[in-house]
Design a binder for this molecule. Structure first.
Ligand SMILES: [Zn+2]
Length: 281
């Protein structure tokens, strides 16, 4: 178990416990560490001072609630844990602390040094079982843990231009899974907040399904055209064509690290995500 050391020390100290009990606030992240993490991410540096402060508070609580484990001998040091926290908490920058309830269904975060190879088993229509290997930069399980490859996390700033962010991708799956039953598959429609878009609960879900389904179908067609006939691939990660749940996850990562490009390509989805994540004005 390689939880962030400064935090672990602070949490276990008497003053740390007392502070949490009486003030309800975990110990502050050291400023120099916070600045270093901000500066390594263009999409965080570009945020307003108010948003950065809100993000820092979210990270402090997030680190208090989650447990980091390094896989394959990787030691998760403070800056790594905070880097992951900052990306994972970004979607709730306008919600504030209530946003972290979306991550209350799990505790563990496992960090791999690099992509992991997973062996998958599928049965085809004839009942024949096939095994294949999949290379993963991240994975999420209902109830946790969330797994991410550090080699992808560390380059988050470079990958943002293309709208990629493995941390936000995996945490978007958690958002999708939250409030669903253990055996209910994520479907790209998270539970919508009360009064979403000023609609009734039923109307909100109808609107969400209608717009996402249309965008997903157009996206799948575009990915297929690019693969078969060499036409221009869509800007968004083609992996989103796997399923509506993957489409939601790649949309969320792009929306959060490169909103202007996402808005150009998916104006109707930007409106839905703006309302969901409470984007101001
Ligand atoms: Zn995924």
């Amino acid at each position: 178990m390689n939880a962030a050391r400064w935090w672990r020390k602070a949490r276990n100290s008497r003053w740390g416990r007392a502070l949490q009990r009486w003030v309800g606030r975990p110990p502050a992240i050291p400023d120099r560490l916070w600045q270093r993490v901000l500066e390594r991410h263009d999409f965080l540096v570009a945020r307003s001072a108010h948003e950065q402060a809100a993000l820092k508070t979210l990270c402090e609580h997030f680190l208090a609630q989650k447990e980091f484990t390094g896989a394959q001998g990787l030691v998760v040091h403070d800056e790594m844990a905070l880097t992951i926290a900052a990306q994972a908490c970004l979607p709730w920058v306008h919600w504030g602390l209530p946003g972290l309830d979306w991550y209350a269904g799990f505790v563990g975060i496992v960090v791999y040094p690099d992509e992991a190879v997973a062996t998958r088993t599928v049965a085809d229509r004839a009942g024949v079982v096939h095994q294949y290997q999949e290379i993963l930069a991240g994975e999420t399980l209902h109830g946790g843990p969330v797994m991410v490859a550090w080699s992808h996390v560390v380059n988050a700033s470079d990958r943002a231009m293309q709208g990629h962010n493995v941390v936000i991708h995996e945490f978007a799956h958690q958002i999708d899974m939250r409030y669903k039953g253990r055996f209910e598959e994520p479907n790209g429609c998270p539970q919508l907040p009360r009064g979403y878009l000023g609609l009734s609960a039923w109307e909100g879900v109808q609107r969400w399904h209608h717009d996402w389904q249309g965008a997903y179908q157009r996206f799948v067609a575009q990915v297929e055209m690019a693969e078969r006939f060499g036409s221009a691939p869509p800007w968004l990660d083609g992996y989103g064509a796997q399923s509506p749940a993957e489409f939601f996850a790649v949309a969320c990562e792009a929306y959060w690290v490169n909103r202007s490009a996402f808005q150009t390509h998916f104006p109707e989805l930007t409106q839905l995500l703006d309302a969901f994540f409470r984007h101001p004005g």
